[in-house]
Write a protein of this length. Structure first.
Length: 109
């Protein structure tokens, strides 16, 4: 269940971060509310994961997966291109997340 909370935290953070651009410096109410509520839910869900998952592992997973999802959201929603170095860098991040999940004994299983 803790990984489900972590996934929820990541998804809320990705939604909130994606809405930042649409909020236009918090001048648009709807997207601004999405940002505030999304980050609030993200941090709440992240706090629930920390009951059993070490903070370093949880944050590494949150940030690694979040970076990739935000880059994909920017590419899809805002037509922000990704060049080859960006794709390679994100592939290395995904590889790091996989190493943590598959081989780390501190991943809180």
């Amino acid at each position: 269940m803790n990984y489900a909370y972590l996934l929820a935290a990541i998804l809320c953070e990705v939604i909130a971060t994606s809405a930042l651009k649409a909020a236009e410096g918090f001048t648009r109410l709807g997207p601004s509310l999405v940002v505030v509520i999304g980050y609030g839910l993200a941090f709440y869900c992240l706090s629930l994961t920390l009951r059993t998952i070490p903070v370093g592992i949880a944050y590494a997973l949150w940030s690694g997966i979040g970076i990739v999802l935000i880059a994909l959201a920017g590419w899809i929603l805002y037509r922000q291109p990704l060049d080859m170095p960006a794709v390679i860098g994100m592939a290395l991040i995904v590889a790091g997340v996989l190493v943590i999940n598959l081989f780390s004994r501190t991943a809180g299983r």
